[in-house]
Design a protein. Structure first.
Length: 105
């Protein structure tokens, strides 16, 4: 999914439209208006992304190579309120605050 988002971003689509095209629009297309947006009382399904700058080679679905200047990476995913992916440990306590470590049980 992040590859597709990265391709659209590098084709010139504004980030807000990239995210909308991956969330709200597909939900509408399948008549699931309950998906694709955050609402009070709904399950908290959230993805947090970072945009990295540099040179990133990508190949699109037509086997054309594009040297992307920006790359979208997922750093945190929350599904129904639970963290299910945390690439950088953003939801984890700093080790100095985690208490004494021991390998003995």
């Amino acid at each position: 999914m992040t590859r597709a988002l990265t391709l659209r971003l590098n084709e010139g689509m504004p980030l807000t439209e990239v995210i909308q095209a991956a969330t709200v629009l597909p939900a509408k297309a399948i008549n699931r208006e309950d998906l694709g947006a955050l609402r009070e009382g709904a399950p908290a399904d959230i993805a947090m992304f970072e945009i990295r700058r540099g040179d990133f080679p990508l190949v699109d679905h037509n086997r054309r190579r594009l040297t992307a200047k920006a790359k979208i990476d997922c750093v945190l995913t929350i599904r129904r309120g639970d963290v299910v992916w945390d690439a950088h440990g953003l939801s984890i306590r700093e080790w100095t605050q985690a208490g004494r470590y021991t390998s003995f049980r």
